[in-house]
Design a binder for this molecule. Structure first.
Ligand code: PMP
Length: 427
């Protein structure tokens, strides 16, 4: 069992200065009965806290670190770049280089704009869809999370679902009135919505592989229906691949399913652990962004050279990566953990897509937010408490996804299977 003495003291100090002691709510562990753990450093698949405890990390900074912490190549590229300065607010070669690298992997992004977070990417994509179509209504899916901009924190997953906040105070009703929400994976519901509002809908934004209500892959016929309806009604289809991009497959969900959206948003992996978001897509739509068009977008640190460098170095390595190695490890993990749950009589489901993996304490189907709500949360929290005290750093909420890096070894997987098995025995 681990000792968290220094983290507990650090948290007492932090809460004096920051709401909940953190700069993003899920880090506070406020839904589980413990104080958050303060991190000192990370290397590859491991995380080390200020009390000297170590963990096999499956959070990986909530997705970005597909190469693990402090990847040698990324760090040396950053060291070389930082000596030339940290920000210029003027064009640099690395911005074009990252754009070229992204386009070589995600060809539907004919033009793009760099920003500093996933939230900015989705917020800007929504504005662009509205500006391009001259319409106001946006469709999103219940339990999908697209960052914290006003139009998109309606019926959202991730931290809002964890804290049981439906829609945040402070967002004017006149704005959320323009956001229509529908259950995920529900072909009939979206069909009906388009029958009623089709010609008022500027765009549909979707996590093609949902990772913010646990891991729920979109059904192919559902995503195809979105493509069909948006084309029919002249609405913009936005794939939010902030999480799934370069994770479920090198070419993202759009590559995996063979469905091409009009716009794509990226974040997390694309910044290699530095703050980057990207929105991009069809040239005809993207050219409406300022200064070519009049849909306003700007950013003091957009295209920051350090962030671009981390992104280029990460994506260049990923182009050489065999994603089936990652999948093979998760196939094995899933098979063993599921068998152990079955042996212990624990209702449980585990799944993965590429390097994203997730589990639910239920043996029922989980295809949408209501299904996740019906899973056994007590068992989840028991498992979390056991795992974190036994060397696995995992998300503290059933509304999150787990990740694997290219650095996790077969030994890490064996250890993880053991922790799951031991935890099941305590339930
Ligand atoms: N979209 C998706 C699918 C996400 O998972 C997230 C973050 N978890 C965001 C948007 C928002 O990104 P950020 O936290 O970088 O603002």
């Amino acid at each position: 069992m681990k000792n968290f003495e220094k983290s507990i003291a650090a948290y007492k100090e932090a809460v004096r200065y920051m709401p909940g002691g953190v700069n993003s709510p899920v880090r506070a562990f406020s839904n589980v009965e413990m104080d958050p753990i303060f991190i000192e450093r990370g290397k590859n698949q491991y995380l080390y806290d200020i009390d000297g405890n170590s963990y096999v990390d499956y959070v990986l900074s909530w997705g970005p670190l597909i190469l693990g912490h402090a990847d040698d190549t990324v760090i040396s590229a950053l060291k070389e770049t930082i000596d030339r300065g940290t920000s210029f607010g003027a064009p640099t070669l690395v911005e074009t280089k990252l754009a070229q690298t992204i386009q070589s992997i995600v060809p539907s992004m004919e033009m793009m704009r760099m920003v500093s977070s996933g939230t900015e990417a989705t917020m800007s994509a929504v504005r662009l869809a509205r500006g391009y179509t001259g319409r106001d209504k946006i469709v999103k899916f219940i339990g999908n999370y697209h960052g914290h901009s006003d139009s998109l924190i309606v019926d959202a997953g991730s931290g809002l679902a964890t804290l049981d906040i439906n829609t945040s105070p402070g967002v004017p009703k006149s704005i959320t009135y323009e956001t229509l929400t529908v259950p995920y994976n529900d072909v009939e519901a979206i069909q009906r919505l388009f029958e009623n509002f089709g010609d008022e809908i500027a765009g549909v934004i979707v996590e093609p592989i949902a990772g913010n209500m646990g891991l729920i892959p979109g059904k192919k016929e559902f995503l195809q229906k979105l493509r069909e309806l948006t084309t029919q009604h002249g609405s913009v289809l936005i794939f939010d691949e902030v999480m799934s991009g370069f994770r479920c497959d090198l070419h993202g969900a759009q590559g995996l399913y063979g469905i091409t959206p009009d716009l794509t948003t990226l974040g997390k992996v694309v910044g290699g652990g530095l703050p980057v978001g990207v929105f991009g897509g069809k040239r005809e739509i993207m050219k409406n962004i300022t200064p070519e068009g009049s849909v306003y977008h700007a950013g003091t640190l957009s295209g920051n050279p350090l962030a671009m460098t981390a992104g280029i170095t990460t994506l260049t390595q990923l182009k050489e990566e065999d994603y089936s190695n990652i999948s093979r490890k998760l196939d094995y993990l899933s098979e063993k953990v599921q068998a152990s749950a079955n042996r212990n009589g624990i209702p449980f489901t585990i799944r993965h897509v590429g390097s994203m993996w997730g589990y639910f304490f239920t043996d029922g189907t989980v295809e949408n937010f209501d299904d996740v709500q019906a899973t056994n949360k007590d068992n989840f929290y028991k498992f979390f408490n056991y795992a974190i005290r036994n060397g696995l750093y995992i998300a503290s909420s059933p509304f999150e996804t787990s990740f694997l890096s290219t650095k996790h070894t077969d030994d890490d997987i064996e250890k993880t299977i053991q922790v799951f098995s031991d935890a099941f025995k305590t339930m």
